[in-house]
Ligand binder design. Structure first.
Ligand code: ADP
Length: 225
């Protein structure tokens, strides 16, 4: 299977000399590493480190490798790691189609021809069709249901051509009926795209139906008197 591979090579994240997270894992194409832990255990901090915007209050060790390449020292925008949050975060001033076009690369490798605007629009429309939203390109995102917004956010993420994906409790705002449906769609699309994913959540129901490795972070240490 083609795709990408994410390696968390002996990662440690500490705050004030106390280790919050210590993880060593490899996430293959289409696989999901689930990181579980209660509030304050360090889930968001781990994602911030992987994405490349860890607050300087923390100290981190180890390496983040993407397809064997060390991206630990790279700025966030040079990593090509995509994010999906609990809030779909669609740009309110852009149409649904504009949201999808926004993240789509205009230029590939220097020697390749830049995609023409009409080709980008064709890809955008095909992406809407894939998730049952044909004809929605000109809609205002505010007029979409929660499930439709989640599908647009997923397609925008995939069109940005990431090499790995971070999921921060991405289904927690959806009502029970939609939650399983969106979850299954997200993991199926990530699998088809061969993308490794790190999911952080406090809810085991967010995990993909077919499992994957799970890491548990410890509850935050109580403050000593
Ligand atoms: P979670 O996402 O699991 O709820 P976080 O990663 O947000 O946990 O937080 C982990 C710990 O780091 C908590 O004790 C939190 O109070 C602390 N923390 C989070 N952000 C900062 C920061 N910018 N500076 C100092 N401490 C922080």
């Amino acid at each position: 299977m083609t795709g990408h591979r994410l390696r968390l090579d002996r990662l440690t994240i500490a705050l004030g000399g106390v280790t919050l997270a210590a993880i060593d894992a490899t996430v293959g194409p289409g696989e999901v590493l689930t990181v579980m832990g209660p509030s304050g255990s360090g889930k968001s901090t781990l994602l911030a480190f992987l994405a490349g915007f860890l607050d300087s209050a923390f100290s981190a060790g180890g390496r983040v490798l993407l397809d064997g390449e060390d991206v630990t020292g790279r700025p966030a925008e040079a990593r090509r790691i995509g994010l999906l949050f609990q809030d779909p975060l669609l740009f309110p001033h852009l149409s649904v189609g504009g949201n999808l076009l926004f993240g789509m690369p205009r230029h590939r490798a220097p020697r390749h021809r830049a995609p023409r605007e009409c080709d980008r629009r064709d890809r955008m429309r095909a992406a809407l069709r894939e998730v049952g939203l044909e004809g929605y390109a000109d809609r205002d995102p505010a007029t979409l249901s929660g499930g439709q917004k989640a599908r647009v956010a997923l397609q925008r993420l995939l069109l940005s051509e990431p090499r790995a994906v971070l999921l921060d409790e991405p289904f927690s705002r959806l009502d029970a009926a939609l939650r399983g449906e969106v979850r299954d769609l997200v993991f199926a699309r990530l699998r088809d795209a061969g993308l490794p994913a790190v999911l952080v959540t406090h809810d085991a129901a967010d995990r993909p139906a077919d499992g994957g490795e799970v890491v548990h972070l410890c509850p935050p240490a109580p403050h000593l008197p």
